[in-house]
Design a protein around this ligand. Structure first.
Ligand code: G4P
Length: 190
Protein backbone atom coordinates (compact mmCIF):
# COMPACT_ATOMS: atom_id res chain seq x y z
CA UNK A 1 0.00 0.00 0.00
CA UNK A 2 1.89 3.01 -1.35
CA UNK A 3 0.25 5.62 0.90
CA UNK A 4 1.31 3.66 3.99
CA UNK A 5 4.85 3.04 2.72
CA UNK A 6 5.28 6.74 1.98
CA UNK A 7 4.08 7.61 5.46
CA UNK A 8 6.55 5.14 6.99
CA UNK A 9 9.38 6.63 4.91
CA UNK A 10 8.51 10.21 5.82
CA UNK A 11 7.58 9.81 9.51
CA UNK A 12 8.90 6.44 10.74
CA UNK A 13 11.96 6.41 12.97
CA UNK A 14 14.29 3.45 13.17
CA UNK A 15 15.50 2.40 16.62
CA UNK A 16 18.48 0.07 16.50
CA UNK A 17 17.94 -2.41 13.66
CA UNK A 18 14.82 -4.08 15.07
CA UNK A 19 12.21 -1.46 15.94
CA UNK A 20 10.29 0.96 13.75
CA UNK A 21 8.69 3.81 15.67
CA UNK A 22 5.49 5.09 14.11
CA UNK A 23 4.07 7.10 16.99
CA UNK A 24 3.05 9.99 14.74
CA UNK A 25 0.34 8.09 12.85
CA UNK A 26 -0.31 4.65 14.37
CA UNK A 27 0.93 3.98 17.92
CA UNK A 28 0.25 7.26 19.71
CA UNK A 29 -1.14 9.97 17.43
CA UNK A 30 -3.44 8.45 14.80
CA UNK A 31 -3.92 9.58 11.19
CA UNK A 32 -7.65 9.00 10.57
CA UNK A 33 -7.44 9.43 6.78
CA UNK A 34 -4.70 6.82 6.59
CA UNK A 35 -6.69 4.47 8.87
CA UNK A 36 -9.68 4.93 6.58
CA UNK A 37 -7.59 3.95 3.54
CA UNK A 38 -6.24 0.96 5.47
CA UNK A 39 -9.83 -0.09 6.22
CA UNK A 40 -10.70 0.15 2.52
CA UNK A 41 -7.70 -1.97 1.57
CA UNK A 42 -8.31 -4.74 4.12
CA UNK A 43 -12.03 -4.79 3.31
CA UNK A 44 -11.24 -5.24 -0.41
CA UNK A 45 -8.61 -7.93 0.25
CA UNK A 46 -10.92 -9.99 2.47
CA UNK A 47 -14.22 -9.19 0.71
CA UNK A 48 -14.78 -12.81 -0.37
CA UNK A 49 -13.99 -14.40 3.00
CA UNK A 50 -17.44 -14.08 4.56
CA UNK A 51 -16.12 -12.16 7.56
CA UNK A 52 -18.64 -11.80 10.42
CA UNK A 53 -16.40 -10.10 13.00
CA UNK A 54 -13.07 -8.30 13.14
CA UNK A 55 -10.83 -9.13 16.12
CA UNK A 56 -7.81 -7.14 17.30
CA UNK A 57 -5.77 -6.59 20.45
CA UNK A 58 -5.82 -3.38 22.47
CA UNK A 59 -4.59 -0.74 22.03
CA UNK A 60 -2.86 0.08 18.74
CA UNK A 61 -4.74 -2.51 16.71
CA UNK A 62 -8.05 -0.81 17.39
CA UNK A 63 -7.80 2.08 14.92
CA UNK A 64 -7.05 0.08 11.75
CA UNK A 65 -9.37 -2.75 12.86
CA UNK A 66 -12.19 -0.30 13.48
CA UNK A 67 -11.99 1.13 9.96
CA UNK A 68 -11.85 -2.39 8.50
CA UNK A 69 -14.92 -3.46 10.46
CA UNK A 70 -16.75 -0.32 9.38
CA UNK A 71 -16.06 -1.06 5.70
CA UNK A 72 -17.01 -4.75 6.07
CA UNK A 73 -20.12 -3.72 8.03
CA UNK A 74 -19.37 -6.11 10.88
CA UNK A 75 -18.62 -5.58 14.59
CA UNK A 76 -15.13 -5.09 15.99
CA UNK A 77 -13.97 -6.94 19.11
CA UNK A 78 -10.73 -5.90 20.81
CA UNK A 79 -9.15 -8.51 23.03
CA UNK A 80 -8.13 -7.18 26.42
CA UNK A 81 -4.68 -7.57 27.90
CA UNK A 82 -5.22 -8.38 31.50
CA UNK A 83 -3.07 -9.37 34.41
CA UNK A 84 -6.05 -10.02 36.68
CA UNK A 85 -7.25 -13.57 37.16
CA UNK A 86 -10.80 -12.55 38.02
CA UNK A 87 -13.83 -13.10 35.80
CA UNK A 88 -12.05 -15.89 33.94
CA UNK A 89 -15.12 -18.05 33.66
CA UNK A 90 -16.88 -15.95 31.11
CA UNK A 91 -13.76 -15.12 29.08
CA UNK A 92 -11.73 -17.00 26.47
CA UNK A 93 -8.14 -16.45 27.62
CA UNK A 94 -4.73 -17.17 26.06
CA UNK A 95 -1.15 -16.29 26.89
CA UNK A 96 1.01 -14.34 24.42
CA UNK A 97 4.74 -13.95 24.93
CA UNK A 98 6.19 -10.75 23.49
CA UNK A 99 9.81 -11.03 22.36
CA UNK A 100 9.84 -7.29 21.72
CA UNK A 101 8.78 -6.45 25.26
CA UNK A 102 10.19 -9.60 26.90
CA UNK A 103 7.00 -10.21 28.84
CA UNK A 104 4.04 -12.51 28.83
CA UNK A 105 0.55 -11.13 28.84
CA UNK A 106 -2.88 -12.70 28.98
CA UNK A 107 -5.33 -11.77 26.27
CA UNK A 108 -9.04 -12.26 26.81
CA UNK A 109 -12.32 -12.01 24.93
CA UNK A 110 -15.75 -12.36 26.47
CA UNK A 111 -17.46 -15.63 25.53
CA UNK A 112 -20.55 -13.55 24.90
CA UNK A 113 -19.13 -12.11 21.66
CA UNK A 114 -17.63 -15.07 19.76
CA UNK A 115 -19.67 -17.99 18.45
CA UNK A 116 -19.01 -21.14 16.40
CA UNK A 117 -20.64 -19.68 13.28
CA UNK A 118 -18.26 -16.69 13.25
CA UNK A 119 -15.68 -16.14 10.52
CA UNK A 120 -13.17 -13.85 12.17
CA UNK A 121 -10.72 -11.47 10.50
CA UNK A 122 -7.77 -10.79 12.83
CA UNK A 123 -6.21 -7.33 12.33
CA UNK A 124 -3.11 -6.02 14.11
CA UNK A 125 -0.79 -3.06 13.76
CA UNK A 126 2.56 -4.92 13.78
CA UNK A 127 3.68 -8.44 12.97
CA UNK A 128 6.99 -9.37 14.57
CA UNK A 129 7.10 -12.98 15.78
CA UNK A 130 3.39 -13.59 15.37
CA UNK A 131 2.66 -14.44 18.99
CA UNK A 132 -0.14 -11.90 19.41
CA UNK A 133 -1.93 -13.05 16.24
CA UNK A 134 -1.48 -16.70 17.25
CA UNK A 135 -2.98 -16.03 20.68
CA UNK A 136 -5.98 -14.37 19.02
CA UNK A 137 -6.31 -17.32 16.63
CA UNK A 138 -6.30 -19.71 19.60
CA UNK A 139 -9.10 -17.69 21.18
CA UNK A 140 -11.11 -17.98 17.94
CA UNK A 141 -10.50 -21.74 18.02
CA UNK A 142 -11.57 -21.97 21.66
CA UNK A 143 -14.88 -20.39 20.67
CA UNK A 144 -15.27 -22.98 17.90
CA UNK A 145 -15.19 -20.16 15.31
CA UNK A 146 -13.03 -19.90 12.16
CA UNK A 147 -10.16 -17.53 11.31
CA UNK A 148 -11.06 -15.97 7.95
CA UNK A 149 -7.63 -14.35 7.61
CA UNK A 150 -5.04 -12.14 9.25
CA UNK A 151 -4.50 -8.52 8.19
CA UNK A 152 -1.33 -6.77 9.33
CA UNK A 153 -0.58 -3.08 8.88
CA UNK A 154 3.24 -3.29 9.18
CA UNK A 155 5.06 -6.60 8.90
CA UNK A 156 8.68 -6.91 9.94
CA UNK A 157 9.61 -9.51 7.33
CA UNK A 158 13.02 -10.09 8.89
CA UNK A 159 11.31 -11.64 11.92
CA UNK A 160 9.56 -14.98 11.98
CA UNK A 161 5.88 -13.97 12.27
CA UNK A 162 4.76 -14.44 8.66
CA UNK A 163 6.34 -17.91 8.40
CA UNK A 164 4.77 -18.94 11.71
CA UNK A 165 1.29 -17.81 10.68
CA UNK A 166 1.51 -19.35 7.19
CA UNK A 167 2.72 -22.61 8.73
CA UNK A 168 -0.33 -22.57 10.98
CA UNK A 169 -2.44 -22.42 7.81
CA UNK A 170 -3.64 -18.83 7.88
CA UNK A 171 -4.01 -16.37 5.00
CA UNK A 172 -1.81 -13.36 5.87
CA UNK A 173 -2.07 -9.97 4.14
CA UNK A 174 0.38 -7.24 5.18
CA UNK A 175 0.03 -3.71 3.84
CA UNK A 176 3.72 -2.82 4.26
CA UNK A 177 6.46 -5.43 4.49
CA UNK A 178 9.67 -4.13 6.02
CA UNK A 179 12.63 -6.21 4.84
CA UNK A 180 15.28 -4.41 6.84
CA UNK A 181 15.86 -1.61 9.33
CA UNK A 182 19.64 -1.71 9.16
CA UNK A 183 21.75 1.46 9.15
CA UNK A 184 18.74 3.50 10.25
CA UNK A 185 16.99 3.01 6.92
CA UNK A 186 13.66 1.36 6.11
CA UNK A 187 13.81 -1.05 3.17
CA UNK A 188 10.60 -2.67 1.94
CA UNK A 189 10.33 -6.30 0.86
CA UNK A 190 8.35 -5.51 -2.28
P1 G4P B 1 4.37 -10.50 17.89
O1 G4P B 1 2.99 -10.47 18.47
O2 G4P B 1 4.36 -10.43 16.39
O3 G4P B 1 5.16 -11.69 18.41
O4 G4P B 1 5.11 -9.18 18.34
P2 G4P B 1 5.64 -8.80 19.80
O5 G4P B 1 4.81 -9.54 20.81
O6 G4P B 1 7.10 -8.96 19.80
O7 G4P B 1 5.23 -7.27 19.89
C1 G4P B 1 4.86 -6.73 21.13
C2 G4P B 1 4.37 -5.33 20.98
O8 G4P B 1 5.37 -4.56 20.32
C3 G4P B 1 3.11 -5.14 20.21
O9 G4P B 1 2.48 -3.98 20.70
C4 G4P B 1 3.65 -4.86 18.80
O10 G4P B 1 2.69 -4.16 18.04
C5 G4P B 1 4.84 -4.01 19.13
N1 G4P B 1 5.92 -4.03 18.15
C6 G4P B 1 6.69 -5.05 17.75
N2 G4P B 1 7.64 -4.62 16.92
C7 G4P B 1 7.44 -3.29 16.77
C8 G4P B 1 8.11 -2.27 16.03
O11 G4P B 1 9.09 -2.49 15.31
N3 G4P B 1 7.60 -1.01 16.15
C9 G4P B 1 6.52 -0.73 16.92
N4 G4P B 1 6.10 0.53 16.95
N5 G4P B 1 5.88 -1.65 17.65
C10 G4P B 1 6.34 -2.92 17.55
P3 G4P B 1 1.63 -3.98 22.01
O12 G4P B 1 2.39 -4.45 23.19
O13 G4P B 1 0.40 -4.79 21.72
O14 G4P B 1 1.33 -2.48 22.26
P4 G4P B 1 0.11 -1.56 21.87
O15 G4P B 1 -0.80 -2.31 20.91
O16 G4P B 1 -0.56 -1.30 23.15
O17 G4P B 1 0.71 -0.37 21.21
Amino acid sequence: MEQLKNKILSEGRVLGDQVLKVDSFLNHRIDPALMSAIGDTFAALFAEEGVTQVLTLESSGIAPAMMTALRLRVPLIFARKRKSLTLKDDMWTEKAYSFTKQEESEVSVSRQFLHPADRVLIVDDFLANGQAALALARIVAQAGATVAGIGIVIEKSFQSGRATLLEAGFRVESLARVASLSEGRVTFAE
